[in-house]
Design a protein. Structure first.
Length: 323
């Protein structure tokens, strides 16, 4: 009996030694929010607006990290390689998760296998603007007429080749039967600056950025790409009202590296929904003409699958294939 007890105790002790350590509380250090675009664009503005409230909810510092390049691919690759522990969030959008997989022959990341969805956080309508290089253009039909008169010469900026900005203007040009010259930049802010400075003629960009430039008198807003007019730009017609049957836009969401524990993903999703109800955050979203919207991880996954199908069709129609 004594021998049995000793053996049992020895076995039990071995089990205790082999037992896993309890998981550390999340989060246990600062969090990074990787924004795959330069500072100054709407993605960066919204992420920075959300960061203080995320920090308050999570009890740890939240740091914005801008990693621009390759139509969001540089930031996406960095996020995909981060530890799957929830301390690195990636600001995804149509470019990184629905366009790049079909526009590029090779990607340094897999938007499906390398990421776990957390939550949508914004829907972003676009606007079409013209700058001082086109002083006679005050309406979309006039811009299209100028493009028609000089095929391939009227220029438009975007935040990257095969970006949502680029493809949206290509859809407008194709629907109108005109040819325009694409001038890609490495982010929204540089493209805006080029149009406002007269180096490039036009651009499709988030409506909030368009409104800010128009308010300063630096550009003219010709149309919005939403199905209905926007409160922030009430005088701007929709593309359909201007004679172009196109509705388009972008969205922003949070993803984390694949294999991040489900409880951590759920916590981040709940915090996102909480932050989107903070009045100061809601006000910044309003100023940027973006609509705050939270989803479950499953809801975001389903949404991205639909977006991939939609943008794949656009890319095929534009015959875009990049290395």
């Amino acid at each position: 009996m004594v021998e049995f007890t000793r053996r049992a105790l020895a076995a039990g002790g071995g089990l205790c030694l082999a037992a896993p350590r309890p998981a550390r509380a999340f989060p246990d250090r600062s969090l990074r929010v990787i924004v795959p675009w330069n500072a100054g664009g709407v993605t960066d503005i919204l992420a920075r607006a959300m960061a203080p409230s995320m920090q308050a909810a999570l009890g740890q510092p939240v740091v914005i990290e801008n990693r621009a390049g390759a139509n969001g691919g540089v930031g996406a690759e960095a996020a995909a390689r981060a530890a799957p522990d929830g301390h690195a969030l990636f600001v995804s959008n149509a470019d990184t998760h629905a366009i790049n997989p079909f526009a590029f022959r090779r990607l340094a990341y897999d938007p499906v296998a390398d990421f776990a969805p957390v939550s949508l956080f914004a829907r972003v309508p676009f606007a079409v603007i013209a700058g001082p290089s086109q002083p006679r253009v005050s309406a979309l039909p006039e811009l299209l007429a100028a493009a028609r008169a000089a095929p391939g010469r009227l220029s438009f900026a975007s935040w990257g080749v095969a970006s949502a900005s680029h493809l949206s203007m290509e859809r407008v040009a194709r629907a109108a039967g005109v040819e325009m010259l694409h001038v890609p930049f490495t982010g929204q802010a540089p493209g805006m600056t080029a149009v406002a400075g007269g180096q490039v003629d036009a651009m499709v960009l988030p409506a909030g950025g368009a409104e800010a430039l128009a308010r300063d008198g630096r550009v003219r807003v010709l149309a919005v790409t939403s199905a209905e007019r926007l409160a922030i730009l009430p005088a701007a017609p929709t593309l359909r009202e201007a004679g172009v049957d196109v509705v388009t836009g972008n969205w922003f969401a949070f993803h984390v590296p694949a294999r991040t524990p489900e409880p951590v993903v759920r916590r981040l999703s709940a915090v996102t929904a909480e932050v989107l109800r903070v009045p100061s955050v809601v006000e910044v979203f309003r100023q940027q003409a973006t609509n705050p919207e939270a989803t479950s991880p499953e809801g975001l996954g389903a949404f991205v699958r639909e977006e991939r199908e939609r943008w794949a069709a656009v890319i095929r129609a534009a015959n875009i294939q990049l290395e």
